[in-house]
Design a protein around this ligand. Structure first.
Ligand SMILES: [Zn+2]
Length: 470
């Protein structure tokens, strides 16, 4: 079986057949860095992250590019409104985006290109479009894409050929266009706005062109997968297809994947309406990053996801169950023969997990497979029917499946060597029935933020946030 993905353009669910054998090239529209991204943005980034992780789990080589939009109208307005330098503003919000992404354990894209660092690529593409008569200049030095030159315009968004750019505001200074639906590739210079002196004249890039120029720059004229939120289908991705294919004469993207909106309180999460929640604020309020990640990836990417206190609590409970099992397996010791039915159980869990993700990344079904395994593992732990080696096999499989999900505690989140030495000393004291020494070490560990509990599998420790004072 192979991975099948639903392509928005054809409307078909098709097997993934990379253009280059064994190598999948993916472009994701990234953040516009004029403020903190909200968790709706991160739903879309994390769905791409799960896709990348799953492809790597499946043995593909993946090149993942995500752009950073660091020049556009909103950025210019934001900088002017706060009296900040544009470079300073975009630097600050790029850092914040990267910090949020890392807190949510988003895989680092292989390339994070910035629009302002690709002006020559953008200019070269616009030159080609001008030469091919797909673009024209207006009096103010702007350059527009001529949609009339591209008959298949509208194929992604399924637009009628003469449809206007519904919902898009027509800037007063854009009435010089030949047609109202034409879009800006290059914006002529304006006082107080950043401008580059280039072969196509002074000015700055429009928004859509950067994604075409940077994806082609880093992935080639044709690549496998392009992702983004559904709100980017039109006009952004429609424009990307038109200008890219007009410039290269080749099919731009094999599969378009679009992530549904995140909703909160029954309506779409959007900066424009203020109906938003942000990563750092949620984490600051005590939400665990792993639970937030779980909540954002747990529903199929094409299904709407509602964010609420209840959904976060459910995610948190799910992550706790996984943690509890991992901890139980780590301390499980039983001298007995291996459980003969375990290999089949593990194979079943793995197959069900893979079949779910192969089916257009059906992550909720994949999670159901994981929790069937959790239930089964807990049952066998309670029955003491596993050998010590079986417990390791189970833990290994959980880790492997988690390389796709990214929600388990990192195994290196262990104790510092001197605390491990204390645990060992306490264990030796207990073996020697020196209860006073054992209690003394327990108190010392507690004072250093580690609570110890004695179980039939030996000592079990956990970190406590507030060290107790003796
Ligand atoms: Zn884009």
């Amino acid at each position: 079986m192979s991975l099948r993905l639903r392509d928005t353009l054809s409307g078909e669910i098709r097997p993934l057949e990379p253009l280059e054998e064994g190598h999948v090239r993916i472009y994701s529209c990234g953040p516009t860095v004029y403020g903190p991204a909200h968790i709706g943005n991160f739903r879309s980034f994390l769905f791409a992250d799960v896709l990348v992780r799953y492809l790597r789990y499946r043995g593909f080589r993946v090149t993942w590019v995500m752009n950073i939009t660091d020049i556009d109208d909103k950025i210019i307005r934001g900088a002017a409104a706060t009296g900040t330098d544009i470079g300073e503003l975009t630097e600050r919000w790029t850092d914040r985006f990267l910090a949020d992404a890392s807190a949510l354990r988003m895989t680092s894209p292989d390339v994070l290109p910035r629009a302002t660092q690709h002006i020559p690529d953008i200019v070269a593409m616009v030159e080609g479009l001008l030469a091919g008569d797909h673009a024209y200049r207006t009096e103010d030095g702007s350059i527009f894409f001529r949609i009339a030159s591209w008959p298949s315009y509208g194929k992604l968004a399924k637009l009628e050929p003469d449809a206007l750019r519904v919902g898009e505001r027509v800037e007063a200074d854009e009435y010089a266009k030949e047609e109202v639906r034409d879009f800006a590739l290059w914006k002529g210079p304006k006082p107080g706005e950043p401008s580059w002196d280039t072969a196509i004249g002074p000015g700055r890039p429009g928004w859509h062109i950067e994604c075409s120029a940077m994806s082609i720059r880093h992935l080639g004229p044709s690549f496998d997968i392009h992702t983004g939120g559904v709100d980017l289908i039109f006009p952004h991705h429609e424009d990307e297809i038109a200008q890219s294919e007009a410039a290269t004469g080749q099919e731009f993207v094999r599969s378009w994947l679009h992530c549904a909106h995140l909703q909160m309180g029954g309506s779409k999460m959007a900066k424009s309406t203020g109906n938003i929640a942000r990563v750092a604020e949620l984490l600051g309020a005590g939400v665990s990053a792993r639970a937030l990640r779980y909540a954002l990836i747990a529903v199929h990417y094409r299904a709407p996801l509602n964010h609420s206190d209840e959904s976060l609590a459910a995610a948190s409970a799910a992550v706790d169950r996984l943690d509890a099992l991992v901890a139980a397996l780590a301390r499980y010791r039983e001298e007995r023969a291996d459980d003969p039915s375990l290999p089949e159980e593990l194979e079943r869990a793995r197959t069900t997990f893979e079949q779910a993700l192969d089916d257009d990344l059906n992550v909720s079904a994949a999670l159901a497979a994981v929790f069937d395994l959790v239930r089964e593992a807990n049952r066998r732990i309670d029955a003491r029917s596993l050998s010590s080696a079986d417990a390791t096999r189970l833990a290994d499989l959980l880790r492997e499946l988690d390389s796709v999900l990214g929600v388990l505690q990192e195994p290196e989140e262990t104790l510092e060597p001197e605390l491990i030495a204390l645990l060992d000393a306490r264990s030796a004291a207990r073996a020697a029935r020196d209860w006073r020494e054992s209690d003394r070490i327990r108190d010392e560990l507690l004072a250093r933020g580690v609570a110890v509990e004695d179980t039939r599998d030996g000592q079990r420790w956990r970190r406590v946030s507030e060290p107790a004072h003796a």
